[in-house]
Design a protein around this ligand. Structure first.
Ligand code: GLN
Length: 330
């Protein structure tokens, strides 16, 4: 079966009652999510949309934001300056790990773990905290294609309970990676994590990365094309934390997860895919999300190292007669 709309419908049915995993509870507000929420969205670089389930349900983007803020920091600084402060090595450690900071390099290993993401937030330019936040929101607006908002209760909840992130920020200050405006930097980091999105938005954002930084719906340039390579590389090697190696092996496309249950993946030059289901595993990755991506990758030979000859599929969907499809709760 290579028909994309039928296939994602079948994946939705196959996994909708899979209830392994749990809601993220270390950020208390996230326990208000409905464990039944489930959506799959695909947006091609031509702007076709295929989605099923709760694709309009709102949730906070959490760690998926790190990808986009990294792109902004690349534009604000430059590749070399950024590399001196934040590495590009996968850690194999959990996303909130502290240990690695203290080893030889004295800098976070990569921008996808919290330490690296807080350091990245510290590099965003602006005359004051409001200016930095406004610049960040404008950047997200370019990717999403409509006005964006921050979930205030989630932001407050993260800020009130983020002791571990505060510890990371203090270590970063100790190593001279960030300045002493720790609370301002942490606020920006908590705000980026509390951005409200839905599964459809995430797929559009991923499709923008797939389309050399141009939003396929609005045609607006969201990030300079020269940095797409940097962004996709760190997604590919570090985006799924301590599951990154297994993900690269099983699924084989650059992706990023967040603890609220989103996973966003980029098929370069083709499409963006997002899955949302808030039940996560102990590594912080959506369980239904992983299953859906494994099946999609197998079905359509999406793995980067699948033979080009085998890459049939929905990648050529725009030339086929299939029409955009939305099933479910829009
Ligand atoms: N805001 C969360 C944190 O800092 C993001 C973590 C995640 O999504 N993996 O812990």
């Amino acid at each position: 079966m290579s028909d994309l709309p039928e296939f994602i419908k079948s994946l939705y049915e196959k996994y909708r009652f899979l209830d392994d995993g749990s809601l993220a509870s270390y950020i208390p507000e996230l326990t208000k999510a409905d464990p039944n929420w489930f959506a799959i969205s695909i947006v091609t670089k031509e702007g076709e949309i295929f989605e099923v389930g709760d694709s309009q349900e709102h949730f906070t983007i959490q760690s998926i934001s790190k990808v986009f803020v990294y792109g902004m920091a690349l534009e604000d600084c430059d590749r070399q300056t950024l590399l001196e402060k934040i590495g590009v090595e996968p850690t194999g450690d959990p996303f909130n790990s502290v240990i690695r900071l203290d080893e030889n390099s004295k800098r976070p290993d990569n921008p996808m773990v919290n330490a690296g993401a807080i350091a990245t937030a510290g590099l965003i330019k602006g005359v004051n905290a409001t200016d930095k936040l406004n610049r960040l929101l404008s950047m997200f607006r370019r990717y999403i294609g409509h006005d964006v908002f921050i979930d205030a209760p989630v932001f407050m909840s993260e800020r009130a309970t983020g002791h571990r992130n505060r510890a990371l920020a203090n270590l970063l200050l100790n190593f001279g990676i960030i300045g002493d405006n720790i609370e301002e930097i942490l606020d920006l980091y908590f705000q980026q994590c509390s951005l409200i999105v839905n599964c459809h938005d995430l797929a559009v954002m991923a499709a923008t990365l797939a389309n050399r930084g141009i939003n396929p719906i609005t045609k607006q340039q969201a990030v300079k094309p020269c940095y797409i390579r940097d962004i996709l590389s760190v997604m590919h090697t570090c985006g799924m934390y301590n599951y990154a190696g297994e993900w690269a092996y099983r699924v084989g496309i650059p992706a990023k997860s967040g603890v609220s249950g989103g996973i966003m993946a980029v098929i370069p030059d083709k499409a963006g895919i997002a899955v949302f289901s808030p039940l996560i595993d102990r590594r912080g990755n959506s369980i239904r999300g992983i299953k859906v991506f494994e099946d999609l990758s197998d079905q359509f030979n999406l793995h980067l190292f699948d033979s080009p000859l085998e890459k049939c599929s929905f990648l050529d969907i725009s030339q086929s007669s299939q029409e955009s499809m939305v099933i479910g709760n829009r």
